[in-house]
Design a protein around this ligand. Structure first.
Ligand SMILES: C[C@H](O)[C@H](O)[C@H]1CNC2=NC(N)=NC(=O)C2=N1
Length: 101
């Protein structure tokens, strides 16, 4: 998958299909709220699996009942690339199964 930096407007266009995701200085980010600490922990494990499958890894934070992630592409100097968008899409697809919102 391409690791060329996406222009800001291209990132924002893709984020239109990813409600809850935002663009910041460190990449694209999303925070999820779960029904319990255990549910949040289980989602973190699932995200780790998705990241390993994609070989693309976020900064992933587990709170009491929240999971937050921020991702950019190190190999592109911290820019946002299609790999970041693809990880976001895969996490979004997994979120409903965890009761995350
Ligand atoms: C060697 C390994 O494939 C690379 O370091 C991968 C690992 N995970 C990664 N994750 C992210 N976010 N960006 C990268 O450029 C990246 N590169």
């Amino acid at each position: 998958m391409a690791t060329q930096a996406l222009a800001e407007d291209a990132v924002r266009e893709r984020l239109r299909e990813l409600p809850g995701w935002s663009l910041g200085e460190d990449g694209i980010s999303r925070a999820y709220r779960l029904g319990s600490h255990f549910a949040a922990t289980a989602m973190v494990v699932h995200i780790a699996q998705l990241q390993e499958e994609l070989n693309h890894h976020s900064e992933l934070t587990l709170g009491y009942n929240t999971v937050s992630l921020t991702v950019s592409t190190h190999d592109a100097g911290g820019a946002v690339t299609e790999k970041d968008i693809e990880l976001a899409r895969r996490v979004e697809a997994a979120a409903p199964g965890h009761g995350a919102n």
